[in-house]
Design a protein around this ligand. Structure first.
Ligand code: ATP
Length: 362
């Protein structure tokens, strides 16, 4: 096993910059997740680490070794893709043993590793089957087993669960986490799914348009997003963003008032515009309301209900909507008036132009 360090990695394709000045270090044995919208550069970073893509500039280290010039097959990394193509004519056991065989491991070692992987992945009963006789989830576990069996220094996973249906994905996700706890191989995992990122990662790296937006522990990023992009990317439904104007003692929004937290007032100037952020779970239905809204859509989810509401706006103004998470006991229907109060200790302010967080500071 080994750490992976990227130091100012940039990759250009003719005119376009796919990733720019990417710097981070994954310590030995940790599980890091690269997450971000389509085209943000996740796969390019992973392919660069694997040696399938070469960096235009910057340095890449696996352990202590600078590997910029080291060919992919000598990097001792294993990669699993979304399309994990098992060898169709080989049995499950032969598929798992393949990488070991190629590296000249003796038959006894091959057999022992196959048995260990099969036990960990709970596929012992499938070892003599061919891939076409397996379900999608079972095939995916074989692909993971094949990659891990040869005990690489680094394990790279590119959207490995996205071909599975929702239930299987949830199950395989927790198996993957357990597997990492057992084998402890340094793992870098790419996904656009923020739930996978939150649940699997020791650290998340959030990317947008080829640049790192924030690196941190999942819960810490969720609680302290560095900017509007991160704030709205992590969380489902996402953080609400409201375009407000500070008036000296409160924030105005389409003729309604949101009080300003007392810790904040001194640093603001009347007339300043902000994007005010508030998560759906930090809004309450209350007659002591900050905002009067109208219910648009009600989505009962069993444990909670999600309500989409709209604010009354001037005829020509763009529609402002909010997502609110409420108790399933609340009975409302589309068109109902809904008074809402915001948890003022949980407000965020973002610069409307740069998107950077202004409040809370630090
Ligand atoms: P997705 O989630 O859709 O797979 P991603 O975050 O993995 O996206 P990348 O595949 O790394 O994104 O691509 C990053 C950017 O680099 C994109 O704008 C993409 O169009 C561009 N890109 C990637 N590979 C090439 C290539 N071979 N030639 C030109 N541009 C490329």
């Amino acid at each position: 096993m080994a750490s992976v360090q990227l130091d100012g990695i940039t990759r250009r394709f003719s005119q376009a910059v796919a990733i720019e000045d990417i710097t981070f270090e994954v310590p030995d044995g940790q599980f890091w997740v690269l997450v971000g919208p389509s085209g943000c550069g996740k796969s390019t970073i992973l392919r660069t680490i694997a040696g399938l893509e070469s960096a235009t500039s910057g340095n890449l280290y696996i352990g202590e070794v600078l590997v910029n010039q080291v060919p992919a097959r000598q990097r001792d990394v294993a990669m699993v893709f979304q399309n994990y193509a098992l060898y169709p004519n080989m049995t499950v056991a032969e598929n798992i043993a393949f990488g070991l065989k190629m590296r000249g491991a003796d038959t006894k070692t091959q057999q022992e590793r196959v048995e260990t992987m099969a036990r960990i992945l709970d596929i012992t009963h499938l070892l003599n089957r061919k891939p076409r006789q397996l379900s999608g989830g079972q095939q995916q576990r074989v692909a993971l087993g094949r990659a891990i069996a040869r005990q690489p220094q680094v394990f790279l996973l590119d959207e490995p669960l996205s071909n599975l249906d929702a239930q299987l994905r949830d199950g395989t996700r927790s198996e993957l986490k357990q597997l990492h706890q057992q084998v402890g191989i340094t793992t870098i995992y790419v996904t656009h799914d923020q739930v996978e990122a939150m649940t699997l990662a020791d650290r998340i790296v959030i990317l947008e348009r080829g640049k790192i937006q924030q690196i941190g522990e999942p819960q810490s990023i969720y609680a302290h997003p560095a900017n509007r992009m991160v704030a709205t990317f992590l969380g489902n439904p996402p953080m609400n963003i409201l375009p407000v104007t500070y008036t000296g003692d409160s924030f105005h929004l389409e003729g309604q008032k949101i009080p300003c937290p007392s810790t904040l007032g001194d640093s603001l100037h009347a007339g300043q515009h902000f994007d005010l952020g508030i998560r759906p779970e930090h809004i309450r239905v209350s007659e002591d309301a900050h905002l009067i809204t109208e219910v648009s859509v009600v989505e009962p989810l069993g444990r909670e209900t999600l309500i989409r509401v709209k604010l009354p706006t001037e005829e020509r103004s763009p529609q402002i909507t909010l997502n609110v998470q409420v108790s399933p006991d609340l009975r409302v229907i589309s068109g109902d008036r809904l008074p809402l109060s915001l948890d003022l200790d949980r407000l965020f302010l973002f610069d409307p132009t740069t998107g950077q967080r202004i409040y809370p500071t630090g």
